[in-house]
Design a protein around this ligand. Structure first.
Ligand code: MN3
Length: 251
């Protein structure tokens, strides 16, 4: 299983040559978004940095409110970035064979300190999440990913229902995902905390490339929706960037 997943990532990408390899996992998830790829890689000093949002904090109103977006990005996501850098400085470099890429951290997710796994996962997950939303998004998309969704789940509405169920039933904090496995098949899954389907963990049952992810931590919705996660999930469908999902599917 481990080798299969590793091969899947390796086959799909080109490794950069240099002191710090560009994490190939990011080529998978951010194809066509070079600004994000650059920001998600550690810089020449080996530090990760907080990527800018691709829109204003109030751009997703009224579906997702400005204050939630601002705190989520400048406080929560920034903390994941800062703590990833802190944890990487604290570990024995031999643990990751000197390769601090997110891909390598996820590959060694069961062996690295939990704080590194959590924060590196948080950085990756949120960087992707911002790109998966946009103003005037949502609706019923057209394109190859929509065809795949319809053939896999029966209908687009049935997909939304099953994805919403995964998001609703995730107990406590975590994420709901639409992923593409190495055979190209779509699945809906969810992960706890800041884990994701790229992590080499026993607890991550379905592995693959994230195409769509929804943060269901209370910090993502509590200011506007309080405890009503279902309302937040309904709002999310109005801001999904389906062009981004399509580009991830086709990459
Ligand atoms: Mn979050």
């Amino acid at each position: 299983m481990k080798n299969t997943r590793r091969d899947f990532i390796k086959k799909s990408t080109t490794l950069a040559v240099g002191a710090i390899a560009i994490p190939s996992i990011l080529d998978l998830a951010f194809a066509g978004q070079s600004h994000t790829t650059a920001e998600l890689s550690s810089d020449e000093t080996g530090e990760y940095t907080l990527p800018a949002l691709p829109y204003a904090y109030d751009a997703l109103e009224p579906h997702i409110d400005k204050l939630t977006m601002e705190i989520h990005h400048t406080k929560h996501h920034k903390a994941y970035v800062d703590n990833t850098n802190k944890e990487l400085k604290a570990i024995d470099p031999k643990l990751l064979n000197g390769d601090n890429s997110l891909e390598n951290i996820f590959e060694h997710a069961s062996k690295v300190p939990v704080a590194l796994r959590n924060n590196a996962g948080g950085h990756y997950n949120h960087s992707l999440f911002w790109e998966l939303m946009k103003p005037n998004g949502g609706g019923t998309p057209t394109g190859s990913v929509t065809d795949a969704i319809t053939s896999t789940f029966g209908s687009f509405d049935e997909f939304k229902k099953q994805f919403g169920d995964a998001a609703t039933k995730r107990f406590g904090s975590g994420w709901a995902w639409l992923i593409k496995d190495e055979a190209g098949k779509l699945h809906i899954t969810s992960t706890a905390n800041q884990d994701n389907p790229l992590m080499n963990l026993e607890s991550v049952e379905l592995k693959g490339k994230p195409l769509l992810g929804l943060d269901v931590w209370e910090h993502a919705y509590y200011l506007k929706n309080q405890n009503r996660r279902a309302d937040y999930i309904a709002s999310f469908w109005n801001v999904v960037n389906w062009e981004k999902v399509e580009s991830l599917y086709k990459a």
